[in-house]
Design a protein around this ligand. Sequence first.
Ligand code: PNW
Length: 497
Amino acid sequence: MFQATDVITKHSESAGYHERVQELPLPSNFSWGTATAAYQVEGGADQGGKGKSIWDTFSHLQPSRTNGEHADVACDHYNRMPEDVDLMSTFDVDVYRFSLSWSRIIPFGGRKDAISDEGIAFYDKLINNLLEHNIEPVVTLYHWDLPQALYDRYHGFLDTDEFRADFIHYARVCFSRFGDRVRKWVTFNEPYIISIFAHLNGTLAPGHCREQGTDTKTEPWRVGHTIILSHASVVQMYASEFQPTQEGSISIVLNGHFYEPFNPQNQADIDAAERRMVFYIGWFGDTIFLGQDYPIAMREYLGTRLPTFTSEEIELLRQTAQLNAFYGMNHYSTKYARQLTDPPTDDDWTSNIEEGPVNSDGLEIGPASAQQWLRVAPEGFRKLLNWVWKRYRLPVIITENGCPCIGEKDVQVAINDTFRQRYFGLYLDAISRAIYQDGVDVKGYYAWSLMDNYEWAAGYGPRYGIVHVDFETLKRTPKGSAWYLRDSFKSRRQASS
Ligand code: PNW
């Protein structure tokens, strides 16, 4: 059977792929778990009075945008939740990170709209079930499935004041209904992806892009602005209204690649690699965790395309910065950054940097997975952990990490997922080095994903699960990597104690 590991190409030595997995130690209190998101696994599209989200619309209106597929049923987790909790319990996970479907809880989404008891009941059941299995729920409020009604009313994130008021209300409902049992909250999953992929490239819902006639010069930056302010307001609200009694913690999840210079001899490329991370991660990290204005490099390059904060807003950011308890990191891969010299398009969002998997010597950053943008490069992960630690000094939780292997539709190939096991092994070794050799404070690791699911624009193509799902019968079969992670965490944590 064809395995991606068999492909013989020239890979950069520095990416760390040539290392053997060493099963390096992790702290005895390091926690591990799996992650999912509501729209990707739940299904139950019309059950329990659920309202539509922009993903229901996006995947049905023009199916070519999502590999011809929607997630009306997906993994049917809505109806099979107890089986899924049992399953993850057999892997000895400490944590399950999942997201709430806003339109399941408030079908029309808004602050004056009705709350669905059935929606609340589903998440109550899930949370209770997890706790009975000794699994800690880590809950994301927003993983991309905006209530369609809020898009229809005011275009969602494009109206900062309206969105912010509705999001605060929704968050308050969640804290008051679930906060007695949920101790770790994430406001937004991956603001970069929401801003750029959904409001510039148009590959994710609501699919705004130049061809649709939207203003790609300013929209992504407005969306980011809305997310930053909404996050800060919810953190402030949680800290004053709920934290004193519920004693939980809250933060946001940022994704980001590590960038290496395309030509390491060329100063422009060295600067480009650094600047690319500032535009990707600093955009949200500097405002939210440092409580300050956007990075200077962004202000200079984007000019009036980037919204400004009022002095009260800066004060809010300053006051809430320290209330974020951790840095939630979604990380998958490393890329090369190359400074371009030809003039960019007027909606350029990178400061004229091209990114790709091959450097100026023709070396690939690492072996390919089943998704085009994802290469195996564990050393970049270690470097990113250091970059984030140095800049923000916050304990890091890896809220997503994983990869799709080639050929996994076949359950036999999936069970023998040596490519993924090696990926996990190398990335966990990178965490160990970051902790023990570099002094980075990393607290936990959540594998993406518990099970194969609906991979957004790629539909049911790429499979990230540590459990195989047959999307015809919905049968779940654990892959080798599920047992690998169980055993690996056990021995890594023992080794340190
Ligand atoms: C994350 N990129 O998205 C999401 O949080 C998950 O819902 C998703 O299934 C998972 O990663 C795998 O894709 C990303 O292009 C999407 O760099 C795209 C990128 C990164 C993360």
